[in-house]
Design a protein around this ligand. Structure first.
Ligand code: NAG
Ligand code: NAG
Length: 251
């Protein structure tokens, strides 16, 4: 009897180990990218490989809109991406470059509340050196680029439902100089050019003795760490994707 009980106990331990293994255990931190169509599939695959090559074992989440094929999703999954289907967030700007119609979708990373912190990387970026220290950054971190504007190609975000809802409330009223998410974020984080510079690897003592900064500026060093290139004016948006009614494909 005792032996049966201990065997059952052993079995229970085994079962709970198995359950932990296949359960919903998720790293509280993740790398995230966004894919609107299959054009940048290779870019995302290379990005994923470059993240893994730095030794990172964090979750990698690819948010994909329905313009992405099942073939592409399968490949990404096999590469180790967690693939999540998202619907496009309509662009409220009536006058806007055509290529920006789905770009507000990027704001959805602020709604990924099952993660404490996410490092967002555009599908056309590649990591050339570990950037894990970015997860220590404040609630919102980005690079300042030309003319003191924040660039939304690389961002560190602490997802929050309250923050996301607040953004959604203002999406129709705040101006966006680009007609896309980057312009909106520059309006939303209007004070961003005054944010302090993020200092990586501060001692835990210093870090824990101060409130978490709302915003921090990433050093231009991260432009070197993160080999970021924007294909001139190309925003990974497939105009044909998801049968968007506003832009029927010309015959
Ligand atoms: C934001 O996240 C919540 C919780 O996961 C979800 O119910 C909601 O649909 C999301 N909102 C948008 C606009 O995606
Ligand atoms: C921060 O510390 C990590 C781990 O020790 C190291 O890999 C990384 O290069 C450091 N970052 C900087 C900017 O010093």
């Amino acid at each position: 009897m005792a032996s049966l009980a201990s065997k059952l106990g052993f079995l229970a331990v085994l079962l709970s180990l198995v359950a932990t293994g296949i359960g919903e255990r998720s790293d509280p931190e993740a790398y995230v990218t966004l894919l609107y169509g299959d054009e940048f599939l290779l870019g995302v695959r290379v990005l994923g490989k470059s993240i893994r090559d730095t030794g990172s074992e964090k979750d990698m989440v690819a948010l994909v809109s329905d313009g992405v094929s099942d073939f592409a999703k399968d490949l990404l999954q096999a590469d180790g991406w967690k693939v999540e289907l998202i619907s496009l967030l309509a662009n409220p700007n009536q006058v806007r470059p055509k290529r920006f119609w789905g770009v507000y979708t990027k704001l959805k990373i602020f709604n990924m509340t099952r993660y404490k912190k996410v490092v967002y990387l555009d599908a056309d970026t590649i990591v050339v050196k570990s950037i894990e220290d970015l997860f220590q950054c404040g609630r919102f971190c980005a690079n300042l680029k030309h003319s003191e504007r924040l660039n939304s190609g690389v961002m560190v975000v602490e997802p929050s439902a309250t923050l996301f809802e607040d953004m959604m409330r203002q999406v129709n009223s705040l101006p966006s100089y680009t007609g896309g998410d980057q312009g909106f974020l520059n309006s939303y984080y209007a004070d961003f050019p005054n944010a302090h510079l993020f200092v990586p690897n501060l001692s835990a003592e210093i870090r824990n003795s101060r409130p978490q900064p709302e915003m921090e500026r990433l050093s231009t060093l991260y432009n070197a760490d993160v080999g970021l290139y924007m294909l001139a004016n190309k925003w990974m948006v497939d105009e044909r994707a998801s049968g968007h009614p506003l832009h029927p494909r010309p015959p």
